[in-house]
Design a protein around this ligand. Sequence first.
Ligand code: NDP
Length: 451
Amino acid sequence: MTFECDLFVIGGGSGGVRAARMASNLGYKVYLAEGDRLGGTCVIRGCVPKKLMVFASNFKESLEEASLYGWDLNFNKFDWSLFKTNLDNELNRLENVYRGLILSSGVVLFDGWAKIKDPHTVLLDDGREVLAKHILIATGGIPIRPEISNASIGMVSDDVFQMERLPESILIVGGGYIASEFSGIFNGLGVDVTQSYRGDQILRGFDNEARTLVSETMVKKGVKLELNSNVLDIKKEGESVKVGMSDGSERLFDSLLFATGRSPNTQSLGLDNVEVNIGDRGNILVNEYSQTTVPSIFAIGDVTDRINLTPVAIREAVSFVETVFNANPTPVDHEVIPSAVFTQPELGSVGLSEEAAISLEPIRVYSSKFKPMKQSFIGVDEHVLMKLVVSERTDKVLGCHIVAPEAGEMIQLASIAIKMGATKRQFDQVCAVHPTMAEELVTMKAPTRRG
Ligand code: NDP
């Protein structure tokens, strides 16, 4: 069979672009199709615009704190339209950077949707067919709404970045990363926020002590958090949304946001035409080299629903290219992956939670919850948490959980030591940086508890 290209990548997000550029730089002929904007969820509808909104929303509290430190400041309202114009410009700039990176590495780009016709044929939406030696699916995920009638009245995360005005009040449904991050963002921007979560505590899966502190602090900062709560009924009432809640109340909100999870984006990919196995969650099933059940077809990133984080998709892309195009079979390493939830306060986490570790082996827990110097000085009642979960048998640090401003920055550094297998004794051998919050990580001498 004569192939027109060595690799056809479907999807121009973080994973797809990295794989395409790397394979092209190794001298292979690579095509990439993206029907939406280049950059994918992370750059266009996720991490990047979200983090810029986190920055915007943090200023109110910083300015309030500044006045308690002695600054004479006058500030009024947040101007969403100014922020939105600047955000649109920044996203256009980043999209162009992505386009430039793709083109300069020699990848042939199709601005359109692509579909798989058979194990080696990709059908473009202009009717062209391309014979490719390998096909890589990197189409990411899409937000999903719960199955309630009129759910389409509510926004999903994609819509937040398109809002023409800031709502006065919002109901956010969900308790995961996206719901909890947007609660902090909207609250910081001056919106009256109610967050409704169906379970006992938000951020399920994270260390209990850490997520409890995040949730308590969010409430102190003004988020109306309703736990064990469900939305039963939704109606439009004028410009507002009337919501019937599981506590029997009916309430009006200016806006409604569903952050109730994401689903692998496999619609219209033509997967019925090939024997690619699909999992329970609609995810493409792959082996440790990201290969599907069809040997010429691979899949990386959120469409495989392994660990849905941008840096993981990028690592999966690198492993795929090393394996297929560089004669270096490289399984994807999904162990000890740090992550940060950009709630207010931030949560940085790596390794096992106390609860997960206890279910595996005897542990020691070192946990320090304290008022940080900056807030303590001005009487703000806020705590941070520095926590290590340590194996009793090996002394290895199994997990680290930080709730604090800039916890994301701190966990990135702590995760280097933890990935290297550092022991608690080695943490203790490191000299503290004083005065910092993170110095607690190397100064906690006695265990808080054993389990
Ligand atoms: P998550 O899966 O984290 O959270 C979904 C939330 O919605 C859960 O609280 C879930 O409840 C709830 N939920 C699901 N279905 C329903 C329903 N029918 N009715 C009511 N509630 C429901 O998804 P997200 O959308 O928040 O995030 C998706 C992924 O994106 C994350 O897993 C993460 O990997 C990634 N992400 C990472 C970020 C970061 O690194 N900072 C930021 C944003 C996203 P329950 O817990 O009971 O299942």
